[in-house]
Design a protein around this ligand. Structure first.
Ligand code: ADP
Ligand code: ASP
Ligand code: MG
Length: 406
């Protein structure tokens, strides 16, 4: 039994016409004798709408109820797909996560799939049915509905591939694959034929939303090869797989960016051990993720300035936490919402000297000021003024030879 997982994203099921097209794709695999398991997202815009409603009706809508509300989106699209497949002469039904069940662990709205029970789905496939499974949702140990993080249908598909021993997992989306940078920002972005889990994970975590980071982690851990391709055409997409199976000379594989960061600077904090910890402890305790950090050298040896970035969504919470933090003293707080983080990613930089220099020089030559820097083994991120985002990506794309076929 050759099982294949087909995942469809929001735009791919964004209208009734798109759903009809998706059904044709599904049938094309059935005709090639695959046993197909479909995993679908909500129709585009639906999840955002539901989030908006929860915020409009309550200032502190519980996350547990939010999960019940948000999971509805996937229920609609899956029923529509299964309904259409029936009309086309195929046996198909929708499967809500709780009916399978898909078991999750972790907090509401940020759960991870730990197990998917095989029996019902495998029996259904053996009987000739096409299961259409709701992505993004699961149930926890208390039988409550949970959701994964945003974009979580990717993770649902990967975990279905793991638990149903699929031969392949194909992520159908609205672009032709993974590109050197977001093709919706830069026309010259090039499709990448093959990319390693490590590079894809880094790119996804740094803002390339074509794949959800947790899904890539799951794929890497379980060695599941993933194809990313378009549901709008038949072009070959991108394969995400193990690093040692890829031959590529490029130092940099891709450029990622974010538009939803905020930069906070505390001016005149005491320059003594423990101060940074005192600032960050309440943030961490309240699930605010601090990303980039820089502390200026103090001229007097007594006071210093501390700059860090957080997600824009966490700004209000962060301001309140800093204001009410009795353990720290500072002279002034500066907040800048007009920043973007631009990152270059590539395993090649481990063995290639001079990448940092090339990045900084290319930006400096166009007078683009770098506000904060952070690095890891396979990425360099810089914080810049948001108005230079496109220009910066363009410059770096050229500098690292990403304009030619990948
Ligand atoms: P889906 O609804 O199918 O899950 P998403 O909107 O989550 O689709 O992801 C696809 C989008 O990811 C594209 O429309 C594109 O704008 C964006 N994107 C960001 N970075 C990249 C990249 N490096 N390659 C391809 N797409 C990217
Ligand atoms: N519908 C969910 C979201 O919009 C999950 C997904 O699309 O993957 O985040
Ligand atoms: Mg997505």
């Amino acid at each position: 039994m050759k099982i294949i997982i087909l995942k469809f994203g929001g735009t791919s099921v964004g209208s009734l016409n798109r759903i009809k097209k998706v059904c044709k794709i599904i049938i094309s695999y059935i005709k090639k004798n695959y046993k197909v398991v479909v995993v679908s997202s909500a129709m585009s815009g639906v999840t955002n709408d539901l989030i908006k409603k929860s915020n409009q009706i309550s200032n502190n809508f519980p996350n547990s109820e939010k999960d019940v509300l948000l999971s509805v989106g996937e229920q609609i699209s899956c029923a529509l797909i299964a309904g259409k497949l029936n009309e086309m002469g195929y046996t198909s039904r929708s499967w809500m996560a709780w009916q399978i069940p898909i078991l999750t662990d972790g907090a509401h709205s940020a759960s991870r799939i730990i197990k998917i029970k095989r029996t019902k789905i495998i029996n259904y496939i053996k009987g000739g049915g096409i299961p259409v499974i709701t992505g993004f949702q699961g149930i926890n140990i208390n039988n409550r509905i949970t959701t994964l993080e945003r974009g979580g249908t990717d993770a649902s598909a990967i975990m279905c591939a793991k638990f149903f021993n699929a031969y392949k997992c194909i992520i159908y989306t609205d672009v032709d694959g993974v590109f050197t940078t977001d093709p919706n920002l830069l026309n010259s972005a090039k499709k990448i034929k093959e990319i390693s889990y490590d590079e894809m994970l880094e790119m996804a975590s740094l803002g390339s939303k074509v794949m959800q980071p947790a899904a890539i982690q799951d794929a890497r851990l379980n060695k599941i090869e993933v194809d990313v391709r378009s549901s709008f055409n038949k072009k070959k997409g991108t394969t995400i797989k193990r690093r040692n199976k890829i031959f590529n000379n490029n130092v940099i594989r891709g450029i990622s960016f974010t538009k939803n960061d905020a930069k906070i600077t505390l001016i005149g904090v005491k320059d003594k051990p423990g101060v940074a910890a005192n600032i960050f402890k309440p943030l961490y305790q309240n699930s605010v993720n601090v990303d980039m950090v820089v502390q200026n050298i103090s001229a007097s040896g007594k006071e210093t300035d501390l700059t860090f970035t957080i997600k824009l969504d966490d700004l209000l919470k962060t301001k309140k936490l800093i204001n009410s933090n009795k353990k720290i003293k500072y002279k002034k707080i500066l907040i800048n919402k007009n920043v973007s983080k631009v990152s270059i990613v590539g395993v090649g930089m481990i063995t290639t000297p001079g990448v940092t220099y090339r990045m900084f020089k290319a930006l400096a030559e166009k007078n683009i000021n770098i506000e904060v820097i952070s690095t890891s083994e396979i990425k360099i991120s810089v914080l810049i003024d948001k108005k230079y985002l496109k220009k910066s990506v363009e410059i770096l794309h050229k500098e690292f030879n990403l304009n030619s076929t990948q």
